[in-house]
Design a protein. Structure first.
Lengths: 436, 317
């Protein structure tokens, strides 16, 4: 039986006088035609994921998967929202980034799949990734890949200017001024004003907890002490002019990384493969290191990016959909393929700890075992960070404030205060009970 | 007189006998035929324009909250829009932008059209195609191309300036951004407007040229005093299109946003603002109200332009 029960099917069937069978719901309709394979729709933008989908279908002849690439990130979310509003057309299983889980949970888009087998695999995933997809006993998605933070740096520039790989943010600031003084054309790094996800990861690492609570009650502390510490730190670097403030993820920026204008990209576990694709000329000059610490001797990291597979509340087959979501990310063969062929950084403990994964080397990084750097980082990610239930709005406003702060109109701290006020105002207008 | 009328009526009545029925049917068909041909358009017009507008108007009087759902709020959204500094600042920016960009673009288009029309240009078709070609490039692609050219560290202009030891032009700085966007739009749409004017020029009778030449008018005088006034309705059309296009500017600032987020906020143009409200802030209802208000601004601006030009014509007479 086909999954989509369209209006035309409905009319045809009622026209044929199938009065005996209840026409409401798919169970009746499945019952009247006999059980064929269940067809699920799956939206994802992971390259080549069709291969894992085919593997799943071979192992599960009773489930057919209709794979659709509905766009990467925002374009897909826009389509998903439209389908949710329309009441039909949403996929059964959909790729959602960690940072947008609460946003879609808020509009009841994600089914609680804890009863369909999701709870049983909890312990196989990295703790904090499970924390991002669950709330109490409820589970809203299966973790797919993650982005624990790390530094990617140019060994050639570090050697030429006698720089030391910074272990603390304090050292990072010292190396930044050392490099910029030695060569005013170069910067230790770029502080992009257009990336809310990146800046949020910095806040996360410092221990900021901007959002807490669920449902209709929300505690908002975007400008808490930890966040102010981050703001004041970058303010100093901005004032000294030792970091650049160019927007990231455009051709200018890729060229800057490729041609050595920046010696460091404060990046995440998916960064190494991404960088090797956009800065091809600089092959062999890059190395990876752990993210600088706020207090010497600590080992605290944060997450930037990464996705999950979620089951939508529109799915008529939540059980089968959950089975697919789990298999895709939990089956050892599938998870390994996602890691090795699509270069997703794993969320599965067994895969992270396998020497085969950790010991992979890449000539782009001079043969360094880059994965092992990020595996360490994955274990150091501070748990308990919560995103807001309206993350698009928070990012838009954050970028607005970062833009003004990097162009010197306001200070970083003022930017955080403004952000706090705007988000509180927005949350109240959306009907939340807000505590500050 | 009345006798004549009644006789005519009688004639008409007589002709309505059974034998006249096919004729009447044909007349009826003739009367309905235009509407039959218009039907496909009307259907598409209704389904894809009138209905969405009605839908947008409908949602603009509601407010959907993440907690609490859909509430009828009457004209609250419009009241908020009227007092929304972000919206009016965007409108003001686009008006300033239009005052400079539209005359430059249409002036260039008119000059190109007149030169091509003068018949003294070799390879006329090649030039015509060349001017028109940028319009065939999708505006998103055009903005991407120019975004690369404007690049502040590795763009070709910057590299050239560095080579010659000039200070690099800051195309993407707040002072230059409007001019940079104006340049992209001029590049894109000059050819399009030129084609409209050129087509109008081509339809002018050649005798006028000859007569004016016999009277001793020079080439530029013929262009300025004879041709331009005669294609004024075509020029008028291009101005109206440009006013509408300017107030609805979206693609170019949207692309430039990725390159200069400090300069281009999410409310840089009214359309960009409406887009942000709907698709990142999830304020569909308010966005609908903003869109209607923008529509009203466009209507008013177009009407004001028509009023001004009409008055000019009256005074001329």
């Amino acid at each position: 039986m086909r999954r989509e029960f369209t209006r035309r099917d409905f009319l045809r069937m009622s026209g044929a006088g199938l009065a005996g069978a209840s026409l409401l719901g798919s169970t009746a309709c499945g019952g009247s035609t006999g059980g064929g394979p269940v067809e699920l729709t799956f939206w994802s933008w992971v390259p080549d994921i069709i291969n894992e989908v085919k593997m799943f279908e071979e192992a599960h002849p009773d489930i057919k998967i209709k794979y659709v690439n509905a766009g990467q990130g925002t374009p897909q979310y826009t389509k998903l929202r439209t389908a949710l509003k329309a009441g039909s057309g949403a996929p059964d299983v959909v790729q959602i980034e960690f940072q947008y889980i609460p946003t879609f949970q808020q509009i009841d888009a994600l089914a609680d799949i804890s009863q369909h087998g999701a709870s049983e695999v909890e312990n196989d995933f990295v703790d904090w990734t499970w924390g991002q997809v669950s709330e109490g006993s409820a589970v809203y998605a299966i973790p797919q890949d993650s982005g624990p933070m790390g530094l990617l740096y140019r060994k050639d520039i570090f050697d030429e200017y006698g720089l030391k790989v910074p272990e603390t943010w304090e050292e990072f600031a010292q190396e930044a001024s050392k490099l910029h003084e030695a060569n005013p054309d170069l910067y230790l790094t770029d502080f992009p004003p257009n990336d809310g996800g990146w800046f949020t990861a910095l806040l996360w690492q410092a221990g900021s907890r901007p959002f807490e609570g669920s449902g209709t009650e929300l505690t908002i502390n975007i400008n808490d002490a930890a966040a102010k510490k981050v703001a004041e730190y970058w303010q100093e670097l901005l004032d000294a002019g030792t970091v650049d403030t160019a927007p990231s993820f455009n051709n200018e920026w890729y060229s800057a990384l490729d041609r050595g204008k920046y010696a460091v990209w404060i990046s995440a576990a998916w960064g190494p493969v991404f960088l090797s694709g956009v800065a091809k000329q600089s092959k062999g000059k890059w190395r990876a290191a752990t993210v600088p610490q706020w207090n010497a001797g600590e080992q605290v990291s944060a997450n930037w990016g990464g996705s999950t597979s979620a089951v939508t509340t529109q799915s008529k087959y939540p059980e089968e959909a959950t089975e697919f979501a789990i298999w895709l990310n939990h089956n050892s063969k599938s998870a390994k393929m996602l890691a090795n062929k699509s270069f997703l950084f794993p969320t599965l403990e067994s895969l992270l700890n396998s020497s085969e994964f950790r010991n992979q080397t890449d000539p782009f990084y001079g043969g360094q075992e880059v994965n092992s750097v990020f595996v360490e980082s994955a274990k150091q990610v501070k748990p308990g960070f919560q995103f807001s239930p309206f993350q698009d709005y928070v990012y838009t406003q954050m970028i607005e404030q970062l833009g003004q702060a990097t162009s010197g109109e306001i200070s970083m701290t003022e930017g955080l205060d403004n952000l706090q006020n705007q988000v509180v105002k927005y949350a109240k207008s959306q009907g939340f009970k807000v505590r500050e | 007189m009345s006798g004549q009328v009644s006789r005519a009526e009688e004639r008409a009545k007589r002709s309505e006998g059974p034998s006249a029925s096919p004729l009447r049917r044909r007349r009826l068909l003739q009367a309905w035929a235009p509407y039959l041909f218009l039907l496909p358009f009307m259907v598409v017009f209704l389904v894809f324009l009138v209905l969405p507008l009605a839908y947008a108007l409908g949602i603009s009087v509601f407010e959907t909250r993440l907690v609490g759902g859909n509430v009828f709020v009457g004209l609250d959204n419009y009241a908020r829009a009227f007092g929304d500094a972000s919206f009016w600042e965007g409108v003001r920016r686009m008006v300033v932008f239009g005052i400079f960009q539209v005359p430059i673009m249409l002036g260039l288009a008119l000059v190109f059209a007149l030169v091509l029309d003068s018949g003294t240009v070799w390879l006329r078709n090649l030039f015509r195609l060349g001017f028109y070609l940028p319009y065939a490039v999708p505006s998103v692609v055009a903005a991407l191309i120019w975004g690369y050219l404007y690049g502040p560290s590795f763009g070709p202009f910057t590299q050239l300036a560095e080579l010659l030891n000039f200070p690099a032009p800051k195309f993407l700085s707040s002072g230059w951004m409007l001019a940079s966007i104006a340049n992209i739009l001029t590049w894109e749409f000059t050819g399009y407007n030129m084609i409209i004017m050129y087509a109008a020029l081509q339809s002018l009778p050649a005798e006028l040229d000859d007569a004016a030449a016999v009277d001793g008018a020079k080439g530029w005088q013929i262009a300025l005093y004879i041709k331009v006034p005669m294609i004024s309705s075509a020029i008028f059309l291009t101005v109206i299109f440009s006013i509408i296009g300017t107030l609805q500017l979206f693609n170019e600032p949207k692309i430039m946003y990725a390159l200069a987020p400090q300069v281009i906020g999410n409310d840089y143009t009214p359309n960009l603002y409406a887009y942000t409200l709907a698709f990142t802030n999830q304020e569909y209802n308010y966005s609908a109200a903003i869109s209607f208000l923008l529509g009203a601004v466009v209507v008013v601006a177009s009407y004001v332009f028509m009023l001004v030009t009409n008055r000019g014509e009256l005074r001329g007479r």
